[in-house]
Ligand binder design. Structure first.
Ligand SMILES: C[S@@+](CC[C@H](N)C(=O)[O-])C[C@H]1O[C@@H](n2cnc3c(N)ncnc32)[C@H](O)[C@@H]1O
Length: 258
């Protein structure tokens, strides 16, 4: 099995720093907290934090962030980033599988950005995580996360290219598996890395994301001690408070601990 975010970890930021609007996401989160939280969160849990780009921006805005990720390779990138950005004291990294364990302590709010939640492929896994999370948040504490819905599923091949600081270039082809089995969207990402006409690396990874409709997501949250306060469009570039359309693929859920 080619594990997600193993070899690809070193290319994650090169590909996504342009494709994901991290500043826009953090502005959206600030608006969510201002509108729905009981006060500005001071201590926040970032689940599936990846290379910690959100976590660094949140730390710079004054928050203490506990960042959880299962990929050691991505956390290595995150560690260098939080040190380089001077926020190592404000971002604590935890290598954990969020379906099994979460950091101890109480948090004011939790987030899970850019589809990290969708890696919880079964309702049992998602429920286990939610039940642990409900014990880390106060009543009314927010969990803000992005999920992907089968209602907007429109799989296509996708081509990405990005330059790395060492002069190499990564080329990536994403090929969806067109069979949606048990609402899991599987796709293979083939990577090629080249420099000066030489092939440096060539590997692929298989990812599987569980798609849930807004209705299924709401019911799952309710069964596990959370109440949805709003759902909004989860566009990769520039999230807003607009409600999701009927065929939306990316949706943001704003839930609070009941
Ligand atoms: C698409 S990336 C999003 C990363 C980051 N939130 C961002 O916005 O760039 C999904 C992340 O979820 C993490 N992940 C997947 N399953 C996980 C699990 N069971 N526990 C913790 N992290 C997990 C992956 O390692 C990856 O970093």
């Amino acid at each position: 099995m080619r594990r997600p975010y193993g070899r690809s970890a070193g290319y994650y930021d090169a590909i996504y720093s342009e494709r994901v609007d991290y500043d826009g996401d953090v502005e959206y989160l600030a608006k969510v907290f201002k509108t729905y939280a009981m006060g500005k969160p001071k201590r926040i849990l970032d689940l599936g934090a990846g290379t910690c780009t959100h976590a660094v921006l949140l730390a710079k805005s004054g928050m203490q962030v506990d960042a959880v990720d299962v990929s050691e390779a991505l956390l290595d990138v995150a560690e260098a980033k939080v040190k380089g950005e001077g926020v190592a004291k404000k971002v604590h990294l935890h290598r954990m599988d969020m379906t099994k364990k979460l950091p101890e302590g109480e948090f004011d709010a939790a987030i899970s950005m850019f589809g990290a939640w969708c890696y919880l492929r079964t309702d049992e896994e998602a429920s286990r995580m939610l039940s642990m999370l409900s014990r880390r948040l106060p009543i009314g504490g927010l969990f803000v996360f992005e999920f992907w819905s089968p209602l907007g599923w429109n799989p296509q091949n996708r081509w990405d290219e990005a330059d790395l600081s060492d002069g190499s270039r990564v080329l990536r082809l994403t090929r969806p598996n067109l069979e949606l089995k048990d609402d899991v969207y599987e796709f293979e990402m083939e990577h090629v890395v080249v420099k000066d006409g030489q092939l440096l690396a060539d590997f692929s990874e298989v990812h599987g994301l569980r798609l849930r409709t807004p209705f299924q997501t709401r019911a799952l949250l309710q069964r596990n001690g959370f109440e949805v306060v709003a759902m909004t469009k989860g566009a990769r570039e520039g999230k807003s408070f607009e409600p999701p359309g009927p065929n939306e693929f990316r949706v943001m859920a704003i839930a609070k601990r009941a």
